[in-house]
Design a protein around this ligand. Structure first.
Ligand code: MTE
Length: 389
């Protein structure tokens, strides 16, 4: 079986040329029937980038509480490691510790495993919906998925290494193949989040070993936080006395402290590093542009809130003038999205249907997104336009 890079090398020049066309990348629809190129092991995904594999989950797949792995979005900043096997792989733990350690895969798998159902969302999810548009991968609504992640708790690993009192941040390094002068994928999280009993070194997703796209053989899982916190192909954990300084902490993944307008200069010291996700809902049906028959229509979707819990989802069928409570699905876990639905008797006409979620911290989705230069954390009330014939 050829590696992903070999596969990409084998792809025709025409396919790669197509990948460079922004309009194709932004608006490619799921599945080969719409001209998108299939990535082996992935199924009906929207391809946002071929160079580094970036795959979006079509919202139709938001009807399962746990996203099947072939439908789970993929976000890579660079090439996936081409040669990875569990025999040679090592995870080192060092820095501000009394006992630096190195784990083999089999040593890691002997540690007690814990499971967390987590909705993982890329900070750039929804970037294409910001106006004016901002540069970066033009994600639609589907750079988000939910899975049951399992593996040892990070805190058990840290306890074995005996973190010194000077250890305040925990740095993760991935094994990505770094093209040219691109800085390696290294980020850090504060020690408090690292010691949380739900923060994992995950080796499994939905009961099976991680696939390569999702970080085999082990990744960090920092639940409720932006996806970038959950470093894939983890090879090094280093305890630092201060936050890691590097491209993926600054200027990457930072948000202005104050509202900014397009064109405003934002100084780095007026920004903060992104951590927890926003409250957000997405309508997974009916689909935008659908034509439906009059009568009973079920509006449905998913809603999540990072480290908070979703407490309410409301649906408007009249463009936002009136809001009605939706029913919440039975499946729930602290860091996982809630599926929801709302039954509506539709008469003929054109409709703008909206959904908005409220969480346990009292946050509600705004009607207009909070614009920022990198297009992070888009969470305006979702909307679809439909026609009832
Ligand atoms: N880890 C490494 N080593 N390299 C990466 O490019 N991307 C991050 C994170 N971990 C990334 C990484 C980002 S931005 C996101 S949103 C999540 O992985 C996506 O995880 P997934 O591809 O399993 O969905």
């Amino acid at each position: 079986m050829s590696s992903r890079r070999n596969f990409l090398k084998q792809m025709s020049g025409a396919a790669l040329a197509a990948s460079a066309a922004p309009s194709f990348l932004s608006w490619a629809l799921p599945g080969p029937q719409n001209g998108a190129i299939e990535i082996p092991g992935e199924d009906g995904m929207i391809v946002r980038s071929f160079r580094f594999v970036d795959l979006e989950t079509p919202v139709e797949y938001f009807n399962a509480w746990l996203t099947p792995v072939p439908h789970f979005f993929v976000r890579n900043h660079m090439h996936e490691p081409s040669e990875l096997n569990s025999e040679d792989w090592r995870l080192s733990v060092g820095g501000e510790v009394e006992k630096p350690l190195t784990f083999t895969h089999s040593e890691l798998s002997k540690l007690e495993a814990h499971s967390v159902v987590n909705t993982l969302e890329c900070a750039g999810n929804g970037r294409s919906l910001h106006r004016p548009q901002v540069p970066g991968i033009q994600w639609g609504k589907g750079a988000v998925s939910t899975a049951r992640f399992s593996g040892p708790r990070l805190r058990d690993i840290l306890q074995r290494a005996a973190v010194k009192s000077t250890g305040k941040h925990v740095m993760f390094r991935g094994l990505d193949e770094v093209p040219g002068k691109v800085p390696p994928f290294i980020r850090s999280i504060p020690i408090e989040k690292a010691l949380d009993s739900d923060t994992l070194v995950a080796t499994h997703m939905n009961g099976a070993p991680l696939t390569k796209h999702h970080g085999f053989p082990a990744r960090a899982l920092v639940p409720g936080w932006i996806g970038a916190a959950s470093c894939k192909w983890l090879t090094e954990i280093k305890i630092l006395d201060s936050e890691f300084v590097g491209n993926f902490m600054s200027p990457g993944y930072r948000f202005p402290n104050q509202p900014v307008k397009p064109g405003d200069a934002v100084k780095p010291e007026d920004t903060h590093v992104l951590t927890g996700l926003n409250v957000k809902s997405v309508i997974s049906g009916p689909l935008d542009g659908a034509t439906l028959k009059t009568g009973k229509v079920t509006v449905h979707g998913a809603a999540w809130a990072g480290e908070a819990d979703v407490v309410k989802i409301e649906v408007s069928t009249d463009g936002g003038s009136n809001w009605n409570p939706a029913s919440l699905g039975h499946d729930q876990a602290h860091y996982a999205w809630r599926l929801w639905n709302y039954e509506w008797k539709a008469k003929g006409g054109d409709y703008t249907i909206l959904s908005r979620a409220t969480d346990s911290q009292g946050r509600t989705q705004p009607s207009t997104p909070v614009w920022n230069p990198s297009g992070y954390l888009y969470n305006a009330a979702d909307q679809v336009k439909i026609h009832v014939a």
